[in-house]
Design a protein around this ligand. Sequence first.
Ligand code: DGT
Ligand code: CA
Ligand code: CA
Length: 576
Amino acid sequence: MHNQQIAEIFDEIADMLEVEEGEHRFEVLAYRKAALSLSGLTEDVSEIYGRLGINGLTEIPGIGKGLAGKIAEFLESGKMSKYTAMKRKYPLDFKNLTRIQGMGSKKAYRLYKEIGIKTVDDLKRAAEKHMIRSIAGFGEKSESDILKGIYLLQENQGRMPLGTALPEAQDISRKLADSGLVERVEIAGSTRRMRETVGDIDILVTSGSPDKVMRFVSGISNASGIVLSGPTKTTIRLKIGLNCDIRVVSDSSFAAALQYFTGNKDHNVKVREIAIKKGYKLNEYGLFDSRKKNLAGKDEASIYRKLGMDIMPPEMREDRGEVELSLRHSLPEVISLGAIKGDMHVHTNHSDGVDSIADMAEYARREGREYIGITDHTKSEYIAHGMSDMQFLKHFSEIDKVAKSAKGITLLKSAEIDILKDGSLDLKKSTMEMMDYRLAAVHTSLGMARQEMTARVVKAMESGYVDILAHPTGRLVNSRKPMDLDLERVFQAAEDNGVALEIDGHPDRLDLNDENIMKAIKYKVMFSIDTDAHSKSNLSYMKYGVSTAMRGWLGPDRVINALSMEKLMKWISSRK
Ligand code: DGT
Ligand code: CA
Ligand code: CA
């Protein structure tokens, strides 16, 4: 996939433009939007370009003629001259430096000018030697924050966010399926379990000619090298910076191999013990009885069945009690993608999204949604072009206008209201009363102390003007720790005030995460599983939210956007 690569280059150009004299505000924004749009795209830009040329590229939201030319240049030559030229002037690793919490491109550049810091390693060494605190504008606290941010990044090093790993795994699977060399292809491992980060991708195939499959994957364009190559297993190094194991298994072993390589390991160990107790042997080749006959059958379900168990979705296979419950046939029912009817968190080009209200509505309908709530930012989020009360009035009439002509989908008026430092909300009550429902979130002063931060969030929830608390902890996968919050108090406040907790399905967020969902379920609270989409293609992020909910064992009866439109409206008015 070139999309991610080009998106990263565009983001880095935006970083560099940001530190330029005179700030190229609109250019920066254009590059950021383009990066966002590319990273959410399901089809590889090289395929679009191959089929439709430059004109095809300009059809991508956020990509005009100029940027299309740059993409084409990169696809043709592997280089982008603008990037190369700017990089000469700014030889810093902006991409990784700006991943450190609180480190923007301007700060990074200042450190480069002052003491020549180019990489995260340089910065770490300098901070450990206390060289940062004496630089104007930094100080002791920011030095220790920088170090904390670096340690957090390094803890997760080597694990890739699911939002990058899954599209890559799907791309490789599709290429295998199209190769004509394989019969069955399945993604396994942590990617199939939809864990929020992935250590390596695992793919299983069946094939009559394993040697050809091994040769095929060695030459695949996703690979930057071969780590290991055997007759039935190849490990390739991917350009995105992750390994991928591709295994060829026989058709009669496929079900057992899929069960085995899906894991996780602790789940497997328990399932194998159950097999042993029944006098069987379970491994990646099959489920064998005492006469070595393979009983595994065609699919995983038949393996679990023969062991006296109910099958559970891969998302639940983490040895958190699912094996024991499955043996007693008392697994809880969990939400599934098919049960989702609406999306309560959607941005448009009225704030920091890429696409229009009408386009978002049309795409949401194609994704199978019956209703969506438009939740653009409020004025305090000025970087995201948040709107004032006045602007919201116009915005609402715009939504109403689109709603009239939109077919097969209902549009709801809402906003992602900023919870300000003192816990008050960023809009007038009269504006909030015009909405169908209200979603609120913390976006600023994320470093507040625990007591203060908890009081801030709880105060907002008690206002009577918050229906959904969006991305409750504020964490970002692999790059930002959750806010310091007393979550038990927040969950209690959600129960007391009838506020739904969001499971933000944006793969950078996944917030609440699986563990917090398990804790929150113990309270009488409802949940809202949303995409937080900033472009049409982001509307497909629902799968990440739903899988996170499944990993947290959330039942469909607890999800407001699994309700019909009428029941949702009842829920909203019941809490007014
Ligand atoms: P990752 O790659 O760290 O994100 O996590 P996984 O779960 O994909 O782990 P990986 O790639 O090492 O192995 C894939 C699956 O293979 C794992 O989930 C369970 C299975 N597996 C690996 N090693 C063992 C083992 O020693 N015993 C058993 N029973 N299963 C194993
Ligand atoms: Ca793996
Ligand atoms: Ca593996």
